[in-house]
Write a protein that binds this ligand. Structure first.
Ligand SMILES: *Cc1c(COP(=O)(O)O)cnc(C)c1O
Length: 221
């Protein structure tokens, strides 16, 4: 099946209000253009050094999402154009994004990545780190970042009950944080959860953004 067909199929399964980020890491420009010509504009990358040349080569109305772990020294490469950083996992990274945003006089939208999986290899903050950040003085000074919600990655497992439980836990954290820290901030509204193997579960548990790669472009080699 073609990229276009896969896209259509996935989009038709998304309820209103859920956005699809087509994760295009490792894909060539012609594959991305196939999705673009089908009307898609939101693409996700996991490495700054891969995102930058694609940004330069491809149409400028593409919204580039950073979904992978981001090193502080790479922020400056993507700060001029990135649409949303899903993977903010430390106060130091947030501070660097603010600094680069100030340099370019643009406020950069971010999601805070929360560790919900069993595997310790997946990045993200725990509940305490999240609360500490949101209650810190540092956070209030960062005028060039805007926190738009939370992101999480479930455990890589066939056990869908486990995945569902992890997504549900993230959704509950989202609601608590929303009530306590962002109740009058409409921008805090995104919950990025769900990939090729679990995006339907993510949606059932309240995702507003799914990050899907291989189900659109095929298996990565
Ligand atoms: C690669 C990646 C995805 C997409 O994974 P697929 O299984 O190909 O859909 C989603 N989110 C993150 C953070 C990724 O690194």
């Amino acid at each position: 099946m073609s990229i276009q067909k896969h896209l259509q199929e996935i989009l038709s399964a998304l309820p209103e209000g859920v956005r699809l980020v087509a994760v295009s890491k490792t894909r060539e420009a012609d594959q991305i253009m196939e999705a673009y010509l089908a009307g898609h504009r939101d693409f996700g990358e996991s490495k700054a050094q891969e995102m930058v040349p694609k940004y330069e080569a491809l149409p400028k109305d593409i919204r580039w999402h950073m979904v992978g772990h981001l090193q502080r020294n790479k922020v400056k490469q993507i700060a001029p154009f990135v649409h949303l950083i899903h993977s903010v996992d430390s106060p130091r990274l947030l501070k660097e994004i603010h600094k680069q945003g100030e340099k370019h006089q643009r406020r950069i939208d971010c999601l805070l990545q929360i560790h919900i999986a069993e595997e310790s290899t997946k990045f993200g903050m725990d509940q305490q780190e999240l609360v500490d950040l949101l209650e810190s003085d540092l956070y209030r000074q960062l005028k060039f970042v805007r926190i738009c919600g939370l992101m999480g990655m479930a455990t890589f497992t066939e056990d869908s009950q486990k995945v569902r439980g992890e997504f549900r836990h993230l959704r509950e954290q989202f609601q608590l944080v929303k009530e306590k820290y962002f109740s009058s901030d409409d921008a805090f509204c995104e919950l990025s959860m769900g990939m090729s193997d679990d995006y339907l579960l993510g949606i059932e548990e309240g995702s507003t953004m799914v990050r899907v790669g291989s189900a659109i472009f095929g298996q990565r080699s």
